[in-house]
Write a protein that binds this ligand. Sequence first.
Ligand SMILES: *Cc1c(COP(=O)(O)O)cnc(C)c1O
Length: 379
Amino acid sequence: MKKTILLSTPHIGKKELEFVQEAFTTNWIAPVGPHIDAFEQEFCEVTGAAYAAAVSSGTAAIHLALRLLDVGVGDEVFCSTLTFAASANPIIYQNAKPVFVDSDTKSWNMNPDLLCEAIEKRAKMGKLPKVVLLVHLYGQSADIEPILQICDQYEIPLIEDAAEALGATYRGKTPGTFGKIGIYSFNGNKIITTSGGGMLVSNQPELVTKARFLATQARDAAPHYQHSEIGFNYRMSNVLAGIGRGQLQVLGERVAARRHNFDVYQQALGNLPGVKFMPEADFGTCTRWLSCLTIDAEKFGVDREHVRLELAKQQIETRPVWKPLHLQPVFASCESIGGEVAENLFKDGLCLPSGSNLTDEELQRVIDAIYTVHQQVNA
Ligand SMILES: *Cc1c(COP(=O)(O)O)cnc(C)c1O
């Protein structure tokens, strides 16, 4: 039996174990310690963020961000629809209401024109959203400038979910550092990993200080345990921050490897009828966290689901593009602004194996498998 090729697996470098060893040797096996401080510092240096708080997951970081911006009962949060459920779940944790916004075709991320229109409509109704939650999907930045402009005009804070976009650029800067608060994820399948973890960044030091406070059970400054607010247990462990420090050192290599995967796929498969690769918008560099393409079933001969199942038979894991949140049963009652672009990307979109540790032979196996599907149905 052939070795299974997975979608995106952890890729550990040379330094991680040293940092972890150091945590053990010095007995800093807690959600406090020198690796956490250093990881936050180094993360700021790499991303250009001003301040950062390391937490237990990207989801926790989003939850803290909403809490820091006082999102509460009944508040509306405008959120990208084409994303993972973790982007929007914390909106529900806060008893607020997600309103989903459709994608554009050039970045697959939130359509700025649609957002502007919707905000202007809401302004006339006197009912602005409390926050806009913008997702940078699959390693590609959304078109941040016009989105930030409309948010600033109406004084709506912007949260950027850059969980999938560490290492990408938007006009030379890092997505996640433009809004009031940005978040990143170090889950096992992300571009770098701490096995599980996340980061919250902001230009406002008081927000990041408050995030650390809330993430460590909101303990007041008192020798006894005293609490004036409800907190969370969301801080990152010092051991995992050690992994993160090592991973941060190889981020550039990981981006290069993922972009290489994409280039190889695109060169080999880009001319097949009905196959289109995810575009790279002209305002930035995509990390190609996942190599995504769409398959027009009429031109290709079969739909993406057929391709996915054929590849699965050969131990090659691929995934449909995210099912838009406005189509998810759990969000069925939520409002959606547009949605057709995201629906079509879901209908036709497929994510190919994209790990930074894939070999040329493995890439070739994926390519051959897709070619074979195409030949069989068109024979
Ligand atoms: C992975 C991911 C998250 C959640 O991050 P975790 O660290 O897994 O909690 C949030 N948003 C997006 C877009 C993601 O891909």
